[in-house]
Design a protein around this ligand. Structure first.
Ligand code: ZN
Length: 84
């Protein structure tokens, strides 16, 4: 009878140790909430780009991307290429 209680205590201790191990692993994981907020901030900031030719700011979706540079219009893509 005492052997059963002894093994019951041993198993309970092992389970408690495993639970603590899992909790420690969760604490070491990076916090997703803060990273999401940072991503949203940087994304909204990157939505505005600057024309290489006239330095005007315009939304990323309306800008022309040529050779890694942004332009506000096709005319400025041409004039910048001629300048270089
Ligand atoms: Zn321009």
């Amino acid at each position: 009878m005492w052997k059963l209680i002894f093994w019951g205590i041993i198993i309970w201790i092992v389970i408690q140790l495993l639970k603590r191990g899992l909790k420690i692993n969760k604490n070491h994981a990076p916090m997703p909430n803060n990273q999401d907020e940072a991503n949203i901030d940087s994304a909204s900031f990157e939505n505005m780009v600057q024309c290489e030719q006239c330095q005007v700011h315009l939304p990323r979706s309306e800008a022309f991307l040529v050779n890694g540079k942004f332009y506000c219009s096709k005319a400025h893509i041409k004039s910048d290429a001629e300048y270089n």
